[in-house]
Design a protein around this ligand. Structure first.
Ligand SMILES: Cc1cc2nc3c(=O)[nH]c(=O)nc-3n(C[C@H](O)[C@H](O)[C@H](O)COP(=O)(O)OP(=O)(O)OC[C@H]3O[C@@H](n4cnc5c(N)ncnc54)[C@H](O)[C@@H]3O)c2cc1C
Length: 325
């Protein structure tokens, strides 16, 4: 990636609202929602992403976020498309940024490149080792070791609004939940304004995380913890995703989806999808009842499943879904 090296503090040209501001603005439906996109692999994937973007635009999410790939051209696409989301849509983008294989100079340059495009909301992450997310983490020799340092670095570069990751089941590398909670509190104390959680299958895990942070530090515990939800549309993909993130699918949930998948040589996708929409809706309803500040949908660049869940929650999605081809 060819990027200019910024060595001075940068001033975003047109400051965008912060995520916390957006969460308290008027919204459709019972609670604000947001959408996570990922950088597409090819032109076909990019066309699909833009179809989803245009549908979501009509549903007015509080913000959208774009994940940061493991390397090379995917990273270039993340930066380019996040810029296009800021310039060519009415959406408020959050740029994910990871420390993987980046020196501090490169991280500064990337933050500067976002600022140049008016992007001031950044999700600061450590990232996982490329290739094997559960493998040994090796920091760049001139980079940062933990996300907390990235939060501090971005904070020195300008008027950015920073979010971080949180883990209802605890991060898979944390020795215990106490350590995991301390890390989240430290990231918030370092300047993060909110966190977005890893997707989870048991709402109790989210509620206990919220309790732990509030007990550890009431001031930081008042910051929004935005739950991540993924409407499951395939049993195989959800198993793979759990494997990659080190999260655990509770036995009753495995049983529900396995039953839906059936005994045939191929899983019954239609039934799994229907159960996935039911499960995501039930999860969302419980989260709303428990006062979650926003629902963050991992869309995999598709709009339909998330829109169906939103429709079931009372958002008027019909007009948005009928976009002319
Ligand atoms: C909402 C969300 C979005 C994500 N987006 C992306 C993305 O776009 N691209 C991507 O590659 N990955 C993404 N990830 C995955 C994330 O990068 C990984 O889960 C990663 O393993 C942890 O990142 P972190 O920012 O939480 O790291 P950290 O907060 O740095 O924590 C990493 C580990 O180090 C431990 N730790 C932290 N500080 C210390 C310390 N001082 N001493 C000892 N141990 C410590 C923590 O307990 C934890 O186990 C995302 C995750 C979430 C939840």
């Amino acid at each position: 990636m060819r990027i200019a090296l910024y060595t001075v503090r940068v001033t975003p040209t047109a400051p965008a609202p912060s995520i916390v501001e957006r969460l308290s603005a008027p919204h459709r439906g019972p609670v604000p929602f947001s959408v996570e996109f990922m950088p597409p692999r090819d032109a076909e994937g990019e066309a699909r992403l833009w179809r989803a973007v245009r549908i979501f635009e009509r549903l007015s999410p509080a913000f959208v976020s774009m994940t940061y790939g493991a390397g090379g051209s995917t990273r270039d696409r993340t930066v380019r498309i996040t810029g296009e989301l800021a310039a060519q849509t009415t959406l408020l983008p959050v740029a994910h940024l990871t420390a993987v294989n980046h020196s501090i100079a490169e991280l500064r340059a990337l933050v500067g490149a976002y600022a140049d495009q008016g992007i001031t909301n950044i999700l600061a992450l450590r990232g996982d080792p490329p290739g094997d997310p559960l493998g040994e983490w090796i920091a760049h020799p001139e980079g940062v070791e933990y996300a907390e340092e990235l939060v501090r670095l971005i904070g020195t570069l300008g008027d950015f609004h920073i979010g971080v990751a949180s883990f209802p089941e605890g991060h898979h590398r944390a020795p215990d939940l106490e350590h995991d909670t301390r890390n989240l509190v430290n990231k918030l104390r370092a300047g993060a304004e909110y966190s977005i959680t890893q997707m989870f299958f048991d709402v109790e895990d989210y509620l206990r995380l919220r309790d732990r942070v509030q007990a550890a530090d009431p001031e930081q515990g008042a910051k929004p913890i935005i739950p991540g939800i993924m409407p499951v549309t395939s049993l195989a993909s959800i198993k793979r995703m759990a494997e990659l993130s080190g999260s655990v699918i509770p036995p009753n949930v495995v049983e529900r989806f396995t039953k839906a998948a059936g005994d045939g040589p191929e899983e019954d996708r239609a039934t799994v999808r229907a159960v996935g929409i039911d499960f995501a809706t039930e999860t969302a309803e419980r989260l709303i009842a428990e006062g979650a500040p926003c629902l963050h949908f991992c869309s995999l660049n598709f709009a339909k499943a998330t829109s169906e869940v939103l429709g079931r929650l009372g958002v008027d999605v019909d007009a948005a879904l009928h976009v002319p081809a």
